[in-house]
Write a protein of this length. Sequence first.
Length: 316
Amino acid sequence: MYIELRGIAAPDGWPAPDCRCASCSRLRAAGVRYEPATPDRILVGGVPLADRPRTGVPGGYEVRGPQGRRVLVAAGPGALPEPAGGVEYDAVLLDLAGSPEHLGRLRRLGAVTSRTEVAAVHVDHRLPSPAELERRMAFWKQPQDGPHRTLLLGGTRSGKSAEAELRLAACAEVRYVATGPSGGDPEWRERVAAHRRRRPAWWETAETTDLAGVLASATGAVLVDGIGTWLAAAMDETAAWDDPFRVRPRLDELVSAWRGTRARVVAVSEEVGLSLVPVTPSGRAFGDLLGRLNQRLAAESEEAALVVAGRVMELR
């Protein structure tokens, strides 16, 4: 079904009038403007949505296209259109800038399939640039299953976990593998709680250090957060802090499972050297092991990226 978007922006357009944010300023300096995604600017089969039969649904509306094909449209920024029961849509026009997880929910409900055309509307300065929208759309449209491996590296509070969650936000099913301690001090528990609040409610959480076992059995989307905490736990379990050689079979096992997985995996790990230099032998041993493990996993990954201050640099 042919859909022509002559406007994709939120009601004020992008850049928004008189807005001084970096996103709007960049577009204004480049002489670029995106018009609002109004029903008269979106054409289905050459006919504006405003002239097509329409049925209201919570958060938006359905439109009938040629040959009775059905399009689900978000009413505006922040709107989450509810699908009609049992309907598989031919196209969905969603506020992916604000709620990419809604695409995952629609896939979970069967309203969006591999045959559904997906487009972003109501975009605005919630995104830093059109290039960032294009980057995100590329992984939101990827096949839901693997094998496909992505390793995200970064320092503390770099935004690497948020980037990992963003990459899988549009998946129907995600297993979130938490490799860190379930207890910990109050600050650690608040970090864990913050991560849970960011994730869609339907994601499955597995707290385990059997990461190789998860990768060997999984077939859908898996988010691993993270490799550093897994390594620390593995060193505890093998008493390797005084003798790092003891943990090496576990590292080999993990790399083998990573190479052989059938899942779509996004894993987070700390890039060695972006924090304090360890002053103890055990700390230096941990850094050496993690650095080598990162290299081995990256070598077996279709994608690897470095996250710095929330910005992503793809590693070729």
